[in-house]
Design a protein around this ligand. Structure first.
Ligand code: COA
Length: 146
């Protein structure tokens, strides 16, 4: 059974170290710096073990957008609905807080994340090319339904 609850920065840092796609995971200070506006940290547990997280913060409330910044699931617990349950919980919270759009950005190389997001109603709104980094960044948005 998957249990979704509010988590701490320390828990997110612990989980993210075990997610192989994050080559150089953010430290607690990086999260603290981002979370100086309204934010949410969600963690997922299975068998009393931390197996995934999803967190985000408000960037500009006037646009109605909430930014889902980071998330991931431990490889051995994937394809069990953990990311789905984390997304449902984040969407519920966003709707209650008055946000209209959930947005996130991911690297083009994160195929599982792209497939997952498209399946759950996100649409690609922008492809960002950077002169400093050959990797494309994909911006995705989902209109939230109250
Ligand atoms: C993307 C990710 C979060 C998905 O987590 P998950 O818990 O396995 O996802 P779920 O089990 O909730 O998946 C729900 C659905 O999404 C789709 N999906 C998820 N991963 C998929 C994959 N690798 N290939 C194809 N479809 C996939 C499936 O349709 C799945 O439904 P199914 O189980 O009926 O097939 C996970 O693969 C992950 O942590 N990836 C690395 C993190 C990352 O890339 N972060 C990017 C920084 S933003």
């Amino acid at each position: 059974m998957i249990n979704i609850r509010r988590g701490s920065i320390e828990e997110v840092v612990e989980i993210s170290k075990k997610i192989p796609e994050f080559n150089n995971p953010y430290q607690a200070e990086d999260y603290q710096a981002k979370f100086n506006t309204k934010h949410i940290i969600l963690v997922a547990e299975m068998n009393n073990q931390l197996v995934g997280f999803k967190c985000g913060y408000e960037r500009d409330f006037s646009t109605g957008k909430f930014y889902s910044w980071m998330g991931g699931v431990l490889p051995e617990y994937r394809k069990s609905g953990v990311a789905r349950d984390l997304l449902i919980a984040m969407e519920e919270w966003c709707v209650n807080e008055g946000y209209k759009i959930l947005e996130f950005k991911t690297l083009n190389e994160h195929k599982s994340m792209l497939i997952f997001s498209l399946k759950y109603g996100f649409e690609i709104t922008e492809v960002i090319n950077s002169p400093k980094d050959p990797r494309k960044r994909i911006v995705l948005q989902k209109q939230l339904k109250p």
